[in-house]
Design a binder for this molecule. Structure first.
Ligand SMILES: *Cc1c(COP(=O)(O)O)cnc(C)c1O
Length: 249
């Protein structure tokens, strides 16, 4: 990254990831921030689900350095479990944010000076009150509830990895740092049968996890993010996955 930025002139945007979609891994945000800002690049963090780690004291170290980024994107429709299209953009430079978003036309009413004018913050002029569900979720969970939700999902992911990892022919491919478990299923002869196993447990319907590709080979991506998921759900899900694996081998 340092050498690419050295070769670049003109404005640059660096996009770092907090929470890889397959593994849940975090880019080294503090180090990236130091390099990006030394070159006056804008540092954006894609933290769609991963930035919620900041809400859990036991996981907060994962987002170390994020506070110095220029902008974040975070989703409400994942870990906060509110309806789709509830995304947040958090920008450290209000003037740049407003300059990028503000639109005006003679027929559009403007808020008076003391009011926040929503048209200065989002790309669209009209939208439903998405904030209501988000506010309700945050108020009902509170600081401790949010911590509990995030921490429990991660603990459940660890439990899945420990249980599946103990099975013959199941490889857990990632170090579970958050709520993602990446697994590969093998037949008795060692063939990768991940898509067949996924199709089978998806049909059984106890749990759902999707297929993905990791380092050029199919794998299954297990993501724990529902507010309702408990250790019992995890155990039932693991049993279903193990059944599907046994039947596919
Ligand atoms: C879900 C996700 C996105 C896409 O965001 P949407 O708001 O759902 O469109 C981008 N990046 C990461 C890491 C994600 O998990």
């Amino acid at each position: 990254m340092r050498s690419v930025l050295n070769r670049t002139d003109g404005p640059a945007i660096v996009c770092a990831q907090a929470g890889n979609v397959n593994t849940g891994a975090f880019d080294p945000l503090r180090e990236i921030e130091t390099i990006a800002h030394a070159k006056s690049a804008w540092l954006h963090i894609d933290g769609a689900f991963g930035l919620w780690a900041a809400a859990a004291p036991s996981l907060r170290h994962l987002v170390d350095g994020a506070a110095r980024a220029d902008s974040w994107t975070v989703d409400g429709h994942k870990w906060l479990n509110v309806p789709y299209d509830s995304g947040f953009v958090i920008v450290a430079h209000p003037a740049a944010h407003a300059a990028a978003m503000t639109q005006s036309a003679a027929y559009l009413l403007r808020a008076n000076d003391r009011e926040r004018d929503c048209q200065e913050w989002t790309p669209e002029a009209s939208r439903r009150a998405r904030g209501t569900a988000v506010y309700a979720a945050l108020r009902s969970l509170g600081r401790r509830g949010l911590d509990e939700l995030v921490t429990r999902c991660c603990r459940c992911a660890g439990r899945i990895a420990a249980r599946l990892g103990a099975e013959e022919g199941v490889d857990v491919l990632n170090e579970v740092v958050l709520n993602q478990v990446l697994v590969r299923f093998r037949s008795r002869s060692g063939e990768n049968i991940s898509p067949a196993v996924a199709a089978r447990f998806q049909r059984e319907g106890v749990c759902w996890a999707g297929g993905t590709e990791w380092r050029g080979e199919p794998a299954v991506r297990i993501s724990v993010s529902a507010w309702k998921t408990t250790d019992e759900d995890v155990d039932r899900s693991v049993e279903s996955i193990v059944r599907a694996h046994a039947a596919s081998r």
